[in-house]
Ligand binder design. Structure first.
Ligand SMILES: NC(=O)CCC(=O)C(=O)O
Length: 264
């Protein structure tokens, strides 16, 4: 299976409309790949909290339209990263969109863990409440977004729902790059799954982004890693390695569930 992770530079010097068209062209250039992955909130930038309200879009808004067409033009599965979604009946959400090669919406995932503690995304956006997996011809993909990477129980839930490949769009800052790489590898090893984690480059809202998108196999080996700038990270991987690893080293089978908490 061939995947391309598009590590997009999100800089304030470029308008959202221009970036959307530029990203659509990059997606079209990936024709021949099986799966293309974009980062979190690449229209606004994940730390541009002040623009979330003004730039939020309905689920089927401009990013949806342009990305659905790009997926079908390229004939690829497209994880289009996430958008600030305006739900007419609720709060804003940080929502990931996955399109089939026919340009149809295959899945939408609202980020469950919002970043910022008592500020930023954590107060401006609502929390998703559902785990989401998508069946591709070659593998079952489990969806998570950026800060979700810090919560192993979410990934265990995805594995219990059948996930073999964990796709994580992000807008991770340079300041915590060591956590990004470590956690991506940890999620791959503990779940015996592929991890495809796609971040942003550039600087927005004064926050330099880490880049360093990464693809890790179920044994924890790094198959590919980007540098800091805008980059297309292409990788070939064999989804059958998930079953082989889980069969040969069956740690998931040894889970002990329902252990009582200490009293008192
Ligand atoms: N956009 C995010 O979720 C940022 C997460 C982050 O900076 C961290 O977990 O550290």
């Amino acid at each position: 299976m061939r995947a391309s992770l598009l590590q997009i530079a999100v800089d304030e010097g470029e308008s959202i409309d221009s970036r959307r068209e530029r990203v659509a062209s990059l997606v079209r250039e990936q024709a021949g790949a099986d799966l293309v992955v974009l980062p979190e909130l690449w229209t606004t930038g994940a730390f541009a909290f002040e623009s979330f309200g003004a730039e939020a879009e309905p689920l089927e808004g401009p990013t949806y339209d342009v990305m659905a067409k790009a997926a079908s033009d390229a004939g690829v599965w497209l994880h289009a990263g996430s958008i600030p979604e305006r739900d007419p009946e609720g709060p804003l959400y940080n929502t990931s969109l996955v399109f089939s090669p026919a340009g149809e919406l295959a899945a939408a995932y609202r980020k469950i863990h919002r970043f910022g503690f008592d500020k930023g995304e954590a107060v401006l956006m609502g929390a998703g409440a559902e785990l989401v997996t998508v069946r591709l011809p070659e593998t079952v993909v489990g969806l998570a977004t950026c800060y979700d990477l810090r919560f192993p129980e979410l990934f265990r839930g995805l594995v219990d729902a059948g996930a073999e490949t964990l796709v994580i769009p992000a807008g991770w800052p340079e300041r915590r790059r060591a956590h990004w790489t470590l956690l991506a590898r940890a999620r791959a090893v503990e779940n015996q799954a592929f991890v495809l984690a796609c971040g942003t480059a550039g600087t927005h809202a004064g926050v330099p982004q880490a880049g360093h998108s990464i693809v890790v196999d179920p044994w924890g080996e790094v198959l590919a890693e980007a540098g800091a700038g805008e980059e297309v990270l292409s990788v070939e991987f064999d989804p059958a390695k998930v079953g082989a690893t889980r069969g040969q080293f069956p740690v998931l089978r040894d889970r002990v569930l329902g252990v009582e908490r200490p009293r008192g």
